[in-house]
Write a protein that binds this ligand. Structure first.
Ligand code: COA
Length: 316
């Protein structure tokens, strides 16, 4: 078994950008507090007529168009999400229908919160090794505006909506992701109650516990991926870290002693989009030419679960 390369990407953001000043009209907060604590200036929220399925579909379509890959070439379709429109059918099943993927395509949703997209890359790599068709779609999509409590200023300012898609190809001569995935089961630090719990389905978070977890997990995971791949961190061309908080990223950059110019992100404009965050940033980097053919991107997600996931993804 060997590995996958990134063929192409796509993304979709809701039309409505919600600035910190807009948030200050909803809860007792201000631009200075949000920017200095998180690096976030604005995020996108779905309006009427926009939904999770639509965002994922647009991102996936764009990735397929960019890659010049037809629906009948796709063997696996995974949607990483904690906010699908339906608990069943899976968002991936709706994409199978709307993209016209073959009925024998392996389609399912994956819940590993903010680590979900990188978990999905690894799962796709494993499944594509055995699949008859070697192209896979891995999508991270979230509509977190539907599960934040707009009376809780400590969480509602952090999260945004969006979807990013990666089209990958498995080949026996492609490098492995050298994925490192993990989980430390925890129900208290960051959770969204399910429909039968009797509690409202809002994001609950102990910010400081999650912060401490993140600044430990992110650099550790990045280092473990590099070790597994047998490369030094300075051989990585781009770091695509989950965009949860600029202070978490700055801490990791310092701890890993990597070039900050290789770690630029988009949190200022997107907020934390959970599973969508890594593929949204990947798409920006590919579209802007900041990640070019043959270059390696170290993708790392971390978050609810508590989970973490890292992998080294090369652009074909
Ligand atoms: N605007 C203004 N004040 C706010 C605020 C907001 N949006 N949210 C919280 N505050 C206030 C608190 O009420 C508190 O006030 P008090 O001292 O009068 O009680 C004060 O700011 C400090 O709150 P605290 O929670 O200690 O702030 P913090 O420095 O820990 O920052 C987070 C809060 C959420 C930004 C920070 O903990 C964090 O980023 N955690 C990680 C979150 C994350 O990344 N989660 C997703 C992981 S995938």
């Amino acid at each position: 078994m060997n590995g996958i390369k990134l063929i192409s990407t796509g993304s979709a953001l809701p039309k409505q950008a919600v600035t910190n000043h807009d948030m200050a009209k909803i809860v007792d907060t201000n631009d200075e507090w949000i920017v200095s604590r998180t690096g976030i200036s604005s995020r996108h929220h779905c309006s009427d007529g926009e939904n999770h399925t639509g965002l994922c579909l647009a991102a996936a379509r764009q990735a397929m168009e960019q890659g010049g890959i037809a629906p009948e070439q796709i063997g696996v379709c995974i949607v990483a999400t904690v906010t699908p429109d339906f608990l069943s059918p899976a968002a991936a099943c709706l994409l199978q229908r709307d993209l016209g993927l073959g009925e024998d395509t392996v389609c399912f949703d994956l819940n590993a919160a903010c680590s979900g997209f990188v978990y999905g890359l690894h799962v796709a790599e494993c499944l594509l090794a055995a699949a008859p068709r070697k192209y896979g779609l891995v999508i991270g999509g979230e509509v977190l505006s539907r599960v934040v409590d707009f009376t809780d200023r400590s969480t509602c300012v952090l999260f945004g909506d969006g979807a990013g898609a990666a089209l990958v190809e498995w080949r026996a001569d492609y490098p492995s992701l050298h994925a490192v995935l993990g989980c430390r089961g925890n129900q208290e630090a960051l959770y969204v109650p399910g429909v039968h719990t009797g509690q409202p389905s809002f994001v609950h978070m102990d910010g400081q516990t999650v912060f401490r977890f993140a600044v430990e997990a992110l650099p550790r995971c990045a280092k473990e991926v590099a070790d597994k791949a047998g490369i030094a961190l300075d051989q990585v061309d781009r770091f695509v870290f989950h965009q949860a908080n600029q202070r978490i990223i700055d801490f990791a950059v310092k701890k890993l002693k990597v070039d900050p110019d290789k770690c630029t992100g988009n949190i200022a404009r997107t907020g934390n989009t959970s599973a969508a965050s890594v593929p949204l940033l990947l798409d920006e980097l590919v579209a802007s030419g900041a990640l070019t053919s043959g270059q390696k991107a170290m993708c790392v997600g971390f978050g609810g679960g508590l989970t973490w996931a890292g992998g080294l993804l090369e652009l074909a």
